[in-house]
Design a protein. Sequence first.
Length: 541
Amino acid sequence: MTRVLLAALGSVAAAAPLNAPSPGPVRRFRRVVRVSLATGGAAHRIEVLADTAMTVVFSSRDYDALASGAPDVATLSSVSGDLVLRLPVAREVASVRLGSALTGDQVAAYRFDGLVVSEDAVAVGTHSSSGALLNVTDAQLILRRRRAATDLPLSVAEVAGVMIGVDPALPRIAFAIVGDPEGEVALPPDTDATGAPVLADTASWGPRLAAALTAQLARFAAGLSTLPDSLALDLILESDTPCQAAITAFDLGYELLRTGFADNTAKQVLRFAPGSGATQSVSISVPSPMTALSAPLRLTLAGAGASSALRKAGIVTDGGLLTEALPESVSQGVAVVPGGLAATRITLDAAVVVTGAQVVFGAVETPAEVTLSFWDDAGGLPGQRLAESVAAAVTAGRPTAVTLTFMPAVTLAAGAVWMAVSTRRGRVVLGLAAATGGLVATGDGIAWTVLKAADGMTVASRLLTPRTVGEGTSSGASDLTVTAAGVALSLVAEGALWVADLAGVLNALPASHPEAIEVEISAASGGVMTLDPPTLRYVII
């Protein structure tokens, strides 16, 4: 996935005042942090990952209410011989600084109502170089200089500064997609055990931002042909008081999606005459530069060749047992880190051509990039590496099947062979499942150790092979073949559907590849082929 990290936000994420008043009748204060999401200009949709992290800290702040640009500007005026300080709303007057003062001079603050002034000062502070500390909260006060226990009137010109102290009050987070007429969307606050909202000064907003932003992005993208090359997102930090706020943690992960064929997004229907051997093609757009995470092309074949094709699922293996699906459950896992490998031994009853494999991973540290390799068996441990797949990204934090492709396909001899997984970057957990005689080993490619704790376990996976010879065909050709960019694809049965994942082929394209690739399809036994618009899930690089 693509990630926007705290470092990308730069200094705008650091603690800064909330000076800008919010629109509308309610007086609130805010600052806006803009985030740019690169899309490459070809994506139809964007999904924000649930593991997105964002921590915002609202904190106290002092400011001079007489300074230009102050969020609450104080006014000073002389009324009936007294100096009156007025603020737009009640605030804590932390201190008052006079332009000149003698040692021992004090500032006394009095409350008043109309022309009636309180007999006693509500606060008295001895003047120092930073002013006289008062810490009194009100919207209006009378200020006097006190010298030798005697109050003296002050003039407007004698007051050099009025420091206001504010604490966060009802902090909230919102966001807006720049250019979206729907405007701002407020994130829901945390709740306590009773369901009551909790408006904490420090809170983690990541999962809430991911859920709300994904929904708004889907609505926003629905009105566009493609997303802009750079999508601007405004994060709005807001409080009832002009305190300050900082984003102290930020890690927004997202994936891009593009659906449809090169010329349209509708289903494609291809008709094949039995025994003709005809090949038909469709074009699929390929954004650049990008790394494909998945690109399933789903096909439905109806007619003469449908039943025979469905009877010919590709050979898949799980711990040496031929199956047609991944294990139904993953009970354990083994961590794989850069520089290390985890391998499982499988036994093949016959030689097989392998075009790829589906392996169950759970990402731990992203971005993660994994490869699959085959090794011969040397005395019950991996020996020499035979072949290695194209790298694939692992993005999900829960067990998820990832397709890895061999370019070109690799032929494995009958007998024992080791299938190993390594990661080029990031840490992953490789899913394990129970299997009779299962064996798992870890190592660095030279030295290997059998994991005793994984006895009777195998890597949760299945091998993908080219289609077998179709039944009932006079030509002996495969019932159904699919190639992309000249590479034969593995087909996996999903009920009455066939699924070919184009991700491995797309990732193996040269940097200067065309804007679209041709996918060629033939059905020797004939029939009507319906192709659902493929959805390419990818990240830009």
